[in-house]
Design a protein around this ligand. Sequence first.
Ligand code: G4P
Length: 527
Amino acid sequence: MTSLLSAIAQRRTFAIISHPDAGKTTLTEKLLLFGGAIQMAGAVRARGEQRRARSDWMSIEKERGISVTASVMSFEHGGLSFNLLDTPGHEDFSEDTYRTLTAVDSAVMVLDAAKGIETQTRKLFEVCRLRDVPIITFVNKVDREARDTFDILDEIEKTLALDVCPVTWPIGMGRDLKGVYDLSADQVLLFDQTRGDHIPDGIDMPLEDPRLDGLVGAEAAARLREEIELVRGACPAFDLDSYRAGHLTPVFFGSALRNFGVRELLNGIGRLAPPPRPQPASPRAVDPAEDKVSGFVFKVQANMDPNHRDRIAFFRVCSGRFRRGMKLKHVRSGKQIALGNPVFFLARDRELAEEAYPGDIMGIPNHGALRIGDALTEGEDLRFTGIPSFAPEVLRRVRLDDPMKAKQLRKALEDLAEEGVSQLFKPLNGATWIVGVVGMLQFDVIANRIESEYNLKAGFEDAPYDTARWIHADDPADIKAFTEANLSAMAEDRDGAPVFLARNGWTLNRAQQDYPKLRFSATREQP
Ligand code: G4P
């Protein structure tokens, strides 16, 4: 049996953040290849194809060329267990992404060497910063014409206010790419333009070694020596604590497509990235080495398998050694839940999770009892903090084509709301549901899923509201008075909590001024 401490030391739970098209999917595929989790490159995509065939709503992904689902992939490499949490890259799905980032201990930021920091990279980076998530940078696509290396580093440093510390350095770029130099190991990694994704071994070679000229050409060698001297002078020395505190990013260069520099990146994650960290919780933080099991749900996905109306709660183990069959306390309801068939997600399969350690992600099949933010413990009333639920920015009225199917529609909308895809509001006077989302594109996804998974046709119409606010007050009489005065703009969320649907910013301001005893909140912390 693995001891708890050594299991923790072996775990690396991370996510890849990037702007769409920077190469996240390609990199994921190559990382899994090293982990032996897939046999051939292309399997991640192939799996995507299968999913598309099974479930129609994935056609949105295909049409728009975006990735909407997030998943978890576990693999082993070099004696370590890696859990890679995939995050959707499209900005309309940022809420899901934010929550996924609450479940990782570090992140890899993929940049396109020709584009540098793009909008979505920046947004995701900001979320990582909120939680001090340490970041390793992978500058991808060096096999293509790219920007000047110093320029890229400069941009990371200036726009993200991060110290940069190159671990590898490209020797040439694009058509002139000769390889990368590993500054941490004093090794050269040669790139073979002609041999597909041949993975070379590093050759020990101090910079001053004259053989370098023979290997990469005198000109490239001279330039490399000059650049590295500059880098060593200009960049701070690598400092593990500074990286782990989120102040410094080690930078790797490579090409995911050509599987070049990816092994070095993976080894770098193994060497540098932190094992599971203490998790912020109330009334106290949770240390992974505690012997009692605890963890939280950060994502819920309904209908992963359309044949079974199952729902999978993605659960991050935060402390203790979990064994299958354990009963844990569902803190929100106070009930015990027996975990008889939790699963691990491998690249292509699910497998029963017999044991799980801090940092591991288990899928818990359930019928709706588990929600995002829920804690499971061995008895203690813990609440893991910082798992956000955002105020919807777009609100629409649901239109059902066949009014006889109202009940089924309600079920479908509730299922999707439970996944955190959307928020659902029931106006106090009026029969139609209001659905709120963070980004417009989600309406397409919802309509598509309602059709393919529930066989219902529904559409969305403009609603006369701009935004929603949860209202709270110390004295329930204040909420009652407000509700009576604003009946046409009042709704309940799916837990029955009172929500004010504001026509615009002005009405919201007005309400806040007129009712100073009420608190209007844009986010609802998980109940
Ligand atoms: P994403 O998940 O971040 O959105 O990016 P993805 O991996 O899908 O890659 C986006 C495009 O960039 C793909 O090309 C992919 O082949 C290409 N790419 C990824 N890594 C590299 C690299 O290191 N070098 C080069 N030259 N290209 C790279 P595509 O034409 O859009 O798709 P496909 O037809 O190759 O599937």
